[in-house]
Design a protein around this ligand. Structure first.
Ligand SMILES: Nc1ncnc2c1ncn2[C@@H]1O[C@H](COP(=O)(O)OP(=O)(O)OP(=O)(O)O)[C@@H](O)[C@H]1O
Ligand SMILES: [Mg+2]
Length: 467
């Protein structure tokens, strides 16, 4: 199933990841995939068999030529034809199973990753959600998971398979004839270098294209949105000029990518022809001296493609793999965000009833760790300073004060949405910091100032606390 050309988007700095981080990601990934060990082993096994079937076909051709054509045996040709057919059908069937097996593993993993991230996020402290914009968190869940999805749904099988084919081909070739193998692999380094060059240059070029398309679009949008002003002041000419400039820049960027492609593809094609010439030339030389059979030379011709395609495809897949690793790294970062109002180990349940006591509490917003983009959020001004208040069981207290006095903040501290910087809040003599989360939410409820309606009926919304 080595199909077609893999189009992966260009790699920007955001989706790059260094070697050390990549190592950590892989390690953690393998730990997360441990429960799927059996399925993975099965998939790898299928992949190996499928690759073996693929690598066997040229051997059948070799047999047909040597035993059938050269040895003049009709029976050998018939056997070879049947074997070839069997191998073709087997590879097709195995290919199906491989895609099926790998996709199942990948999709299972993504499903549990999405669940884990959401479970983690929804339990995090409010301070976290003040640092992180909801939009960015949603982006994490969509674009980062998409990057992984891309790898899982198309890249992964091809990546492993191409690597297997490349290595397998080299092994089979050297078993057939190490002399001819040595002659053949001289064409490999140029293809590797050319592919590395192409990946690097085309990546830069495609980033540039993306940039310039963006600029061009914003010129277009601005001109059209502001068309009343533009026409009122007779500025059409100026805008046309501006658009021509950005349009030209987009053209240049596209042409630059074409230039890179026109150097790479014909070069690889040329090396392919050189490789063919080498195999046929050296092969006939060896065959002439009875070092090799003709069939072996033909098998080498067929194997040549197995050396070229994987290099090209692997270099293309590099971007997909890199983006996926970077995305996984960011998602792991989210999963590692600690809760700043955690439940203590050995936390106890709050008593059923008791006195709610706020003693000497001081509080300021902010001051947590940097957000996921690395932007730090310094501690803001002090909102509450040495506040004490006691509410007895059954007592009703109203706090009255000007806007911004800190009433809502005090309520949030009483419910332990935040921990105070100084002082303590306790219920029935137990500090909220020592309480279990469950008992805390059961004893102390907050009705926020800003209502929020969840999807569903009015009834569902009223019963949100005890569904
Ligand atoms: N999430 C937040 N991040 C940073 N500062 C905040 C946050 N919420 C409130 N503040 C600040 O803390 C102070 C107290 O706000 P708070 O909401 O507790 O006031 P309030 O007494 O409830 O006011 P209102 O009567 O308008 O509801 C204000 O200066 C406000 O700007
Ligand atoms: Mg308020």
């Amino acid at each position: 199933m080595r199909g077609g050309w893999v189009e992966s988007g260009p790699l920007d700095d955001e989706s790059r990841i260094d070697r050390a981080a990549a190592g950590r990601v892989v390690l953690r990934l393998s730990r997360m995939l441990r429960p799927q060990r059996r399925a993975i082993m099965r998939a790898v096994f299928l992949l190996i068999i499928q690759t073996a079937a693929l690598l066997a076909s040229p051997l059948v051709v070799r047999y047909a030529v040597d035993a059938g054509l050269v040895g003049k045996s009709g029976r050998a040709i018939n056997i070879a034809a049947v074997m070839y057919l069997v191998l073709a059908v087997a590879s097709a069937l195995l290919g199906r199973s491989v895609i099926w097996a790998v996709s199942r593993i990948g999709e299972d993993f993504l499903r549990s990753l999405r669940a884990r991230v959401f479970r983690h996020l929804i339990n995090l402290d409010l301070g976290f959600f003040e640092r992180e914009k909801t939009g960015r968190l949603v982006a994490r869940m969509t674009s980062d998971i998409d990057a992984l999805q891309e790898l899982v749904s198309q890249g992964l099988v091809m990546f492993v398979q191409n690597a297997l084919i490349f290595v397998g081909t080299l092994v089979v070739m050297s078993l057939l004839s190490w002399q001819l193998t040595l002659c053949t692999i001289v064409v490999v380094p140029p293809v590797i270098f050319a592919s590395l060059w192409f990946r690097k240059r085309s990546n830069t070029a495609y980033l540039e294209v993306r940039d310039r398309v963006g600029t061009n679009l914003s010129t277009l949008q601005e001109g059209l949105e502001g068309v009343r002003v533009v026409q009122a002041f007779g500025r059409e000419g100026g805008f046309i000029e501006r658009f021509e400039a950005t349009n030209e820049a987009q053209y240049d960027a596209n042409i630059a990518t074409v230039k890179i492609a026109t150097r790479y593809f014909p070069f690889v094609e040329f090396i392919g022809v050189v490789g063919l010439a080498v195999v046929v030339g050296a092969g006939s030389y060896f065959a002439d001296r009875n070092i090799l059979e003709v069939g072996t030379v033909l098998a080498f011709v067929l194997y040549l493609n197995n050396l070229f395609e994987p290099i090209q495809q692997l270099s293309q897949l590099y971007n997909t793999v890199q983006s996926a690793a970077a995305a996984l790294n960011k998602l792991f970062g989210l999963l590692d965000t600690p809760n700043s109002v955690p439940e203590k180990p050995g936390a106890i349940d709050l008593p059923e009833v008791g006195v709610l006591k706020v003693s000497g509490v001081t509080f300021a917003y902010g001051g947590g760790p940097p957000d996921t983009d690395g932007v730090s959020h310094p501690r803001g001004p002090t909102v509450l300073s040495d506040v004490s208040i006691t509410v007895a069981a059954g007592e009703r207290v109203a706090l009255v004060g000007p806007t911004g006095a800190g009433k809502s903040t005090l309520a949030k501290l009483m419910a332990r949405f935040y921990d105070p910087i100084d002082g303590d809040v306790s219920f029935g003599g137990v500090s909220l910091r020592d309480a279990t989360r469950k008992s805390l939410r059961e004893r102390i409820a907050v009705v926020p100032q800003e209502g929020f309606l969840f999807a569903g009926t009015v009834r569902d919304n009223i019963r949100v606390g005890s569904p």
